[in-house]
Design a binder for this molecule. Structure first.
Ligand code: CO
Length: 496
């Protein structure tokens, strides 16, 4: 009998984050929900830092309302989110009770699976969020960020998996955000985890398709025992996105592995997203092919474009080759952090400064903090000379404790500040929005009553939720209030 491989579809979060700058409005996802819910997925990833940020920054949409709507429309499938450990969905470390409150509220509003990661793979930064998830009875998934460096061996990743299992996680995710995970290491790491942590521990593999090698990596991971893999509906796949769900299902035919995905249902979702995609043309990534340069440079695409624009602002656009050569040196000095948000930006900016001003003549505050342990512990030793320079530059001491242990209780203070803002609704959810995005929250609270914006502009493409000729795939009609080009409308999304 064939062994079952479960599938998580990332269409409602990572797919549009990777392909259209996270701009997809909830309105354009609703009509696909019934088909997605019936397709037989293990879970649907639908919430995370970038979608939350985009909701309040661009779409005038309450991210909590989005979550509740997904929960309502996906009754048969687990909802899943990506949580940045002690950073929650923001860009700094939060004190423990804020972490607890966030997890409780997310669970209460409908979140089922919490994929928790830390940019430095410092498990101390995952523990509090994991414990909070366990208390809610929801699924706690511990994450290993995959990266390549002289210190990142198969054993190192397997050891981390072991520590996550000891922490009591319900499953382990091997997360490859830069599409660096080649087939053989994918096999070796998953095999290593199964051998060391036991066959029973669920292993979930997340890869992007950027480099063109990772559909094969998924196959090898499955052969090594991976239980769940991440893919995306084909009309929103490939390029810097993910491998197509339908391709994975077809690929497994005759291999001794099978999914329980109903392709007919996936086709309905595929057609829907194919139709609305064109409306977001101005946000769609130009890059649709395969990018293999990253195997040489180890520098993810997003980080490259950040460094380029920093250099250009200084009129030094021609010095990119020097910066590219500087990145590995800076990364080594910093103890080989994986290059993922925020460490990719921190390392990239410092490399730019080194080239412009001389090595470590000017140190960014963030880089000093990274060198002094304020983001956590890195996998390799840091360069002690650069640590000494960071102390001098930042005028503070190195810490070796968990960064959040240096923070004082902050919930009451955050609450007071959030509740002083016009348009706040007095909920803990609003306090959390303010805590994570203090610059954006005031404008969002003040303008929330105007209702969501849809930035999909191409007039030639149909507006699904407001166009009765494209009613979607729902069983029950749902009423939804939206704002289209400044006009508030009550919309009923009707069944086919
Ligand atoms: Co991803």
């Amino acid at each position: 009998m064939a062994r079952l491989v479960e599938v998580t579809d990332v269409i409602l979060r990572d797919a549009h984050q990777s392909l259209m700058a996270t701009r997809m409005a909830l309105e354009d996802m609703l009509p696909a929900c019934e088909a997605l819910d019936a397709a037989g997925y293990w879970s649907l990833e639908c919430w995370g830092g970038a979608t939350y940020d985009s909701c309040i920054r661009f779409l005038n949409e309450d991210p909590w309302e989005r979550l509740r709507t997904f929960k309502k429309l996906l009754p048969n499938t687990k909802t899943q989110m990506l949580l940045r450990g002690q950073n929650l969905l923001g860009y700094r470390h939060y004190e423990d009770t804020v972490v607890d409150r966030f997890v409780e509220k997310a669970a209460e509003n409908g979140m089922d699976v919490f994929r928790v990661f830390d940019a430095l793979n410092d498990t101390r930064n995952l523990k509090r969020a994991m414990d909070a998830v366990k208390r809610t009875g929801k699924h706690a998934q511990g994450t290993i960020c995959y990266t390549i460096s002289p210190v990142h061996t198969v054993e190192k990743f397997v050891d981390m998996a072991q520590r996550l299992v000891e922490m009591g996680v319900d499953s382990i995710c091997l997360k490859d955000m830069a599409a660096l995970l080649k087939p053989q290491p994918a096999y070796d790491i998953v095999k290593g985890i199964k051998e060391k942590c036991g066959e029973d521990i669920l292993v979930h593999v997340h890869v992007h398709s950027t480099t063109g090698v990772t559909l094969v990596s998924l196959m090898k991971a499955i052969e090594a025992g991976a239980d769940i893999v991440d893919t995306s509906v084909s009309s929103m796949s490939l390029g810097p996105g993910h491998n197509p769900t339908e391709s994975l299902v077809e690929m497994l035919e005759g291999t001794g592995f099978e999914t329980k995905i109903d392709l007919e249902k996936v086709y309905l979702a595929r057609d829907h997203f194919a139709k609305i995609k064109g409306r977001y043309a101005e946000f769609l990534t130009d890059f649709q092919g395969a990018e293999t340069e990253i195997f040489k440079s180890q520098i993810p695409g997003g980080m490259l474009s950040n460094m380029e624009s920093q250099l250009k602002q200084q009129g030094m656009g021609d010095r990119m080759p020097e910066v590219l050569a500087e990145v590995p040196k800076v990364r080594e000095d910093a103890g080989f952090p994986p290059l993922v948000t925020p460490s990719s930006q921190i390392v990239g900016s410092q490399a730019v400064f080194n080239v412009m001003m001389g090595r470590y003549k000017v140190m960014t505050g963030e880089f000093s903090d990274l060198m002094l342990g304020y983001y956590g512990k890195t996998d390799a030793e840091k360069n002690p000379e650069v640590v000494a320079q960071a102390k001098e530059s930042a005028k503070k001491e190195e810490i070796t404790v968990r960064p959040a242990d240096t923070l004082k209780p902050e919930w009451d203070d955050l609450k007071e500040k959030a509740f002083a803002l016009e348009g706040n609704n007095g909920s803990d959810e609003d306090v959390l929005t303010y805590a994570m995005f203090p610059q954006v929250a005031p404008k969002f609270f003040a303008e929330r009553h105007k209702g969501p914006l849809n930035l999909g502009k191409d007039p030639s493409a149909p507006r699904l939720a407001v166009d009765p000729s494209h009613p979607g795939f729902l069983k029950q009609p749902i009423d939804y209030e939206i704002t289209v080009n400044g006009n508030k409308k009550k919309v009923t999304v009707a069944p086919v």
